[in-house]
Design a protein around this ligand. Structure first.
Ligand code: NAG
Ligand code: NAG
Ligand code: NAG
Ligand code: NAG
Length: 400
């Protein structure tokens, strides 16, 4: 009897040891971590299950026994366990607090929808790439995109979104998406997106509807994501998927930047809220009653530094969401007392006001610009080739 018990204990102990050893090997953790608090353990488990599902491989550190001692690796693992996307479910019901008030009843349906769900801040991630910011990244390019615009993403990957290293400075690209706003698009497009991501591994997707008024959600989700996963990114370019961008001009411009709190783009000072209901950017008085906006950069494309993005994340959590994403960032900058810098190389409202002007198609302009609105995928590919061909420009533009 006694002998049998002893054998049982021994085999139980041995299996336990085996499980611990395997887990430690797989996750690169110190054994003591396994015995720590429950919540953290769960997080580690969830994160690696997700990674397995996405990539089909275990996130095994193949260089586990090389270079670093287990202790250092363990510290990293702990860090990752705590610092990962922590929103795993949505439970956010409509806020009925003001549904009886006249100003609310007078709003257009899309503004009512916005107000009802304004307090819902963060949603779970459907596609993540926690590894994207690993290593020293000089410039992270992030592009607002929607699920149906795969041709724009493709054109960007072939032109300004190419991941590369320029004189030792690494450039990485990510696309930011929500879920299809139209029910009928959701299932099929989602499968295509999953496939696209398996090929390129450059999609971040959150579980909120990709609507115009949810662009601010995209902004705050990116800032939170960046704060969690990107410790060593020096600069961020953030923009639309229908712009022309010159990463080499951006890098050249950044070379001369020394100051902290860099936020540069096509900046509007003292812009007035638009009160005409037909306009895409219409804002009712009930939502914003001041006469002017704080300075803000057009959301078509701007550059900021990584540390500032983290400050913006912190500040964004103290402000109520505003339906226009670039104005919302301007409001955050105002709290931080950072004034965005206007630069002539950012043309997010077109090169010249007249949309039909030939200037808007002139490659010699593009050659010296950092960002230009607004091109179809075919136009982008053609312009990119032109600018990178043997272009002879009669007049040298001094933009940079
Ligand atoms: C969601 O929130 C409501 C109230 O805010 C609560 O009654 C309900 O139990 C929650 N549901 C879940 C699944 O957490
Ligand atoms: C609605 O009002 C109550 C009481 O003032 C408040 O506690 C609650 O947070 C409000 N709900 C939302 C979603 O803001
Ligand atoms: C934003 O997304 C959330 C989550 O999908 C949705 O409930 C809400 O209605 C959306 N808001 C707008 C204004 O489209
Ligand atoms: C560009 O033009 C110059 C002179 O016309 C020529 O020598 C050079 O080979 C050309 N380069 C390319 C890439 O076509």
């Amino acid at each position: 009897m006694f002998q049998w018990k002893k054998t049982l204990y021994r085999s139980v102990f041995l299996s336990f040891l085996l499980v611990v050893t395997v887990t430690v090997l797989q996750r690169g953790m110190a054994p003591s971590q396994l015995l720590q608090g429950q919540p953290q353990k769960e997080l580690v488990a969830q994160e690696s299950v997700k990674a397995q599902k996405r990539d089909g491989v275990l996130p095994v550190a193949s260089d586990f026994w090389k270079k670093q001692g287990p202790a250092l690796k363990a510290a990293e693992a702990t860090e990752k366990a705590v610092r990962s996307w922590d929103v795993t479910s949505v439970n956010c019901s409509a806020n009925q607090n003001f549904s009886k008030e006249d100003w609310f009843k007078g709003l257009e349906p899309n503004f009512r929808q916005f107000m009802l769900y304004r307090h819902c801040r963060y949603f779970p991630m459907l596609i993540n790439h926690a590894e994207k910011c690993r290593g020293d990244i000089h410039l992270l390019i992030v592009v607002k995109s929607i699920i149906t615009q795969h041709d724009r993403r493709e054109a960007i990957r072939r032109t300004w979104g190419q991941e590369r290293e320029m004189e030792g400075r690494k450039v990485r690209t990510l696309f930011l998406l929500g879920v299809a706003s139209k029910e009928e698009e959701r299932a099929n497009y989602q499968k295509l997106l999953d496939y696209e991501d398996r090929i390129y591994g450059d999609i971040l997707q959150w579980d909120f509807l990709d609507s115009f008024f949810n662009l601010t959600l995209k902004e705050v989700h990116f800032l939170k994501w960046f704060s969690i996963y990107c410790d060593h990114v020096r600069y961020i370019f953030k923009g639309d998927d229908d712009v022309y961008v010159s990463p080499s001009n951006i890098l050249e411009f950044l070379q001369d930047q020394k100051a902290d709190n860099l936020f540069v783009g096509d900046v509007l000072f003292k812009a007035r809220p638009i009160r005409k209901k037909e306009n895409k950017y219409y804002i009712p008085n009930a939502l914003y009653n001041k006469n002017t906006y704080p300075p803000y950069a057009g959301g078509g494309g701007f550059v900021m530094d990584g540390p500032l993005a983290k400050k913006l994340h912190r500040v964004s959590e103290s402000l109520e969401l505003y339906p226009i994403d670039d104005v919302f960032l301007g409001m955050c900058l105002e709290v931080l007392k950072v004034t965005p810098v206007a630069h002539a190389g950012f043309k997010t409202f077109g090169i010249v006001k007249n949309k039909n002007s030939k200037m808007n198609k002139e490659p010699c302009f593009y050659q010296s610009m950092l960002v230009v609105h607004k091109l179809l995928p075919s136009e982008l590919l053609a312009m990119w080739d032109l600018v990178h061909s043997n272009l002879t420009c009669s007049r040298k533009l001094q933009i940079l």
